[in-house]
Design a protein around this ligand. Structure first.
Ligand code: BG6
Length: 484
């Protein structure tokens, strides 16, 4: 097969941090089609060799299984090309048309890794240049808009140029091996399904915690915040994966239909829940892993009086027969105590106790997403005290470590997603109606925050966020996994 992969934003952060390394790994694993050209697009004035040198220099700053040896990089670099193009200049697209026409490829992937404000222009220009035929696929990186209206406008522009089958909207969380395993756990095993419902489950907690701050993305992040950056997409996709009904098959639309139903079943916000079931925070100075860190407002690119949230915790419910009344807690933030993404399923306690049970003890399934990837099943067993069997139950744990089990064979999220685009598999990509449903649900929060004019609650860097997040969950008689 012959492939042209065109990277709009070819010199941008995403290109050299994530996409090029992923393409390089695919090259190393021998999974790129034999006749592949990777075409970087940007306004800079450079030729193929200068582009190859730029990517080579950047590779030393990114995480790879192992850094390429010179010969190995040279073989990969031979696939790289560069076309200078100002995305807003209609005439410039002719250069891309000319380049692609030199060797018509069977599959062309247009990867739009630019600011979302350019998505509409790029789609219109590609259509005008005839680069939207059925062998062309388009990949769009988040954020797709900053609210429902802007998201719809982008989706409409995309639809005018491409059919839905050609559109790959990335949520890189769906490409993580641990998230794949979550689908496998639920729909490849019969064991949990009968338990997976309100009768047995007390609550579910989804945490995506980062210990990093906003790094060099201060000015982008300050106009975005945690709700748009993480909740609208990654956290809600995880919620769908844990809460959806079993799809009728593994085809893209069967999966996406079920995810959409979850998003549409989320309980609508009310005046009460907007204040009682949401906590937003912003990091103050603190200590992370022993090192002093500055406050969010002192980060480069961030406004001195910024009211942008770097932390959100919220409680919601999925209003259907399976889940009615079960709280789902979502939490994400920057500069928290640790990098840790996990889903904790807390089961209800045994209905009648014949043993001494430690207060609050019950079964728990922990799905570790990162940095560890695996499952922990927390059970209760009779403890041993001296030479006598104790009558009290003590927690024990079954541990399954997928990293140890599959370590070297695993494929990273971007590599996996890029290969899926090349093969035309849409399962792990988000459909426009899912995105719109997610925006529709988060928008009342954005509106309420804007209307209130209140600042987010401050939390010290290196903690688990504002104490109000613990108070919120405690009102239901529950606690976050690290607290109990
Ligand atoms: C991105 C967000 O989508 O996901 C970043 O824009 C965040 O702010 C990142 O840091 C987290 O991804 P990962 O894969 O490191 O958990």
């Amino acid at each position: 097969m012959s492939l042209d992969l065109v990277l709009f934003g070819g010199t941008g952060d995403l290109a050299w941090r994530k996409l090029m390394p992923a393409l390089f790994q695919a090259f190393r694993h021998g999974t790129l089609p034999a006749q592949t050209r990777i075409v970087g697009i940007a306004r800079d004035d450079m030729d193929d060799d200068a582009y190859r040198a730029l990517i080579r220099a950047r590779f030393t700053q990114v995480e790879l299984d192992k850094q390429p040896a010179q010969g190995e990089f040279d073989r990969f670099a031979a696939l790289l090309h560069f076309v200078r193009l100002d995305l807003s200049q209609t005439g410039d697209y002719a250069r891309l048309v000319g380049f692609l026409a030199q060797r018509p490829a069977q599959t062309v992937v247009m990867y739009v890794a630019t600011a979302p404000t350019l998505f509409t222009t790029v789609c219109e220009q590609l259509a005008a240049a005839g680069l939207n035929k059925s062998h062309v696929r388009i990949v769009l990186e988040k954020p797709l808009g900053h609210d429902l209206a802007s998201n719809r406008a982008i989706n409409e522009a995309v639809r005018r140029a491409f059919s839905e089958r050609q559109v790959f909207r990335i949520d890189h969380y769906l490409g993580k091996p641990s998230v794949q395993n979550l689908f496998a756990l639920r729909f490849g095993n019969a064991l949990f399904e009968p338990l997976w419902r309100r009768e047995n489950i007390a609550n579910i907690q989804i945490t995506i915690a980062e210990d990093l701050g906003v790094e060099k993305r201060g000015s982008f992040y300050d106009g975005t915040g945690a709700l748009r950056d993480m909740v609208q997409n990654h956290a809600l996709q995880l919620l769908c994966a844990i809460g959806m009904e079993p799809p009728i098959n593994a085809h893209a639309d069967a999966i996406r239909d079920e995810k959409l139903k979850v998003l549409r079943s989320l309980t609508p916000w009310t005046e009460h829940t907007l204040t009682q079931h949401v906590v937003r925070g912003q990091y103050a100075a603190g200590t992370v892993q022993g090192a002093a860190v500055v406050a969010y407002r002192d980060e480069p690119g961030v406004a001195a009086q910024s009211v942008t949230e770097t932390f959100v915790a919220l409680r919601t419910e999925i209003a259907n027969w399976r889940w009615a009344g079960v709280p789902f807690y979502l939490r994400t933030g920057k500069r928290l105590a640790a990098r840790d993404a996990s889903i904790v399923v807390n089961f209800r306690p045994a209905p009648h106790a014949i043993f001494d049970v430690p207060a609050g003890a019950a079964n728990r399934l922990v799905i570790n997403l990162q940095p560890r990837d695996g499952l922990e099943l927390h059970l209760l067993a009779l403890g041993q005290s001296g030479r006598r069997q104790s009558a009290a139950l003590a927690p024990v744990q079954l541990d399954l470590d997928f990293d140890r089990r599959f370590g070297a064979e695993r494929v990273g999220a971007y590599e996996r997603l890029l290969l899926d685009v090349i093969d035309g598999r849409l399962n792990l990509f988000v459909r426009s109606d899912e995105q719109e449903a997610a925006w529709r649900w988060v928008e009342p929060l954005l509106d309420a925050w804007k209307a209130s004019g209140d600042a987010p609650r401050a939390y010290a860097g290196g903690t688990w966020g504002p104490s109000a997040a613990s108070a919120m969950i405690a009102r239901d008689g529950h606690c976050w996994a690290e607290e109990c």
